[in-house]
Design a protein around this ligand. Structure first.
Ligand SMILES: NC(=O)c1ccc[n+]([C@@H]2O[C@H](COP(=O)([O-])OP(=O)(O)OC[C@H]3O[C@@H](n4cnc5c(N)ncnc54)[C@H](OP(=O)(O)O)[C@@H]3O)[C@@H](O)[C@H]2O)c1
Length: 288
């Protein structure tokens, strides 16, 4: 089920009028939600200057000189340090920093592997938290706006996404606590998308396609609602309008949640069966 639809060009332009003439950093800008955000903010008429980051950002082409593409791995301290250094070099002051890069694992969490646990937390949790500290220091009392792409799974877990949900619940907690002590010069916006049609599910599950949790939104709709929320300096942005009422309904009538989780448990079971079959095939190939 695809919720929502296109916003007209006119609406988009109307909405964009406040987010102009700004220096902006976007992580995870090479695909999905980040790229849609980038594409909306980079219009030269808006006079934004943007540092767009990801590990494979050089694959993007056709941007004007107001967009600087910067390759970096933000799951490492060095990557974030380099990004901030580059941003200061290219943009000077960063008005808006959108910490959007992130990735899931889709799996049964039944293994012992410190590095695997560490890796997903590095990218989804430690990186945006560390970036926040660097950004505060960079601002040094000037006005700024930090945006975190969290997830609906930062509020409600789904089978198969144990570690991913843990990283996003952590971010939900972080933004909640840090707001209580954040200085007045810093605005904070946390975004909670539901399933969005991007590379996300392929990154999580590889070639095995068992669909995705519903409802699903298009990345352009998520980006537009995200930008709208940033412009209005909203504390929380829920791009899918049925998420909050559905969550309330599920909490009020728990059997509804059980049914939803039941569907997702079946999806995970299908995934694990397909994966086991694939692994077996691979093992036989190696033997031959
Ligand atoms: N799609 C969904 O269903 C969904 C739902 C809720 C929340 N979200 C969140 O939305 C954000 C964007 O995800 P998406 O759906 O747009 O997925 P996507 O299309 O896979 O985009 C992820 C972006 O993050 C970048 N990235 C990944 N690892 C990185 C690293 N180590 N260093 C720098 N950049 C890195 C990727 O680029 P490179 O590979 O080039 O590095 C890519 O640009 C994530 O935080 C995700 O958790 C997604």
């Amino acid at each position: 089920m695809v919720v929502d639809n296109k916003v007209t060009e006119l609406n988009l332009r109307k909405k964009m009028k406040h987010l102009s003439g700004k220096c902006i950093v976007i992580t995870g800008a090479s695909s999905g939600i980040g790229k849609e955000v980038l594409d909306r903010l980079c219009d030269p008429a808006k006079k934004n200057r943007i540092l767009a980051c990801s590990r494979t950002i050089e694959k993007l082409t056709g941007y004007d000189k107001n967009v600087t593409l910067f390759n970096c791995d933000v799951s490492t301290k060095d990557g974030v340090d380099q990004m901030m250094e580059k941003a200061e070099q290219v943009l000077g002051t960063i008005d808006v920093l959108i910490a959007n890069a992130g990735a899931p694992y889709y799996e049964k969490f039944d293994y012992v592997n410190w590095e695997r646990i560490q890796n997903i937390f590095n990218l989804n949790t430690i990186s945006p938290i560390y970036t926040y500290t660097k950004y505060l220091k960079h601002l040094n009392g000037r006005e700024g706006h930090m945006v975190f792409t969290i997830s609906a799974m930062g509020e409600m877990a789904i089978p198969g996404y144990t570690l991913y949900a843990a990283t996003k619940f952590a971010m939900k907690g972080f933004q909640e606590a840090v707001r209580l002590e954040a200085p007045k010069n810093l605005k904070l916006t946390a975004v909670y998308p539901v399933s969005t049609a991007t590379n996300f599910f392929k990154v999580g599950a590889g070639e095995i396609d068992v669909g995705h949790p519903f409802p699903i939104q298009k990345a352009d709709v998520v980006a537009e609602r995200m930008i709208d929320g940033i412009e209005k300096a909203k504390k929380h942005v829920y791009p899918c309008r049925v998420f909050k009422p559905s969550k309330l309904l599920m909490n009020t009538i728990p059997p509804i949640k059980s049914v939803y989780w039941g569907i997702e448990k079946k999806r995970l079971k299908r995934f694990l069966e397909k994966k086991a079959a694939l692994d077996l095939k691979l093992a036989e190939k190696i033997k031959v």
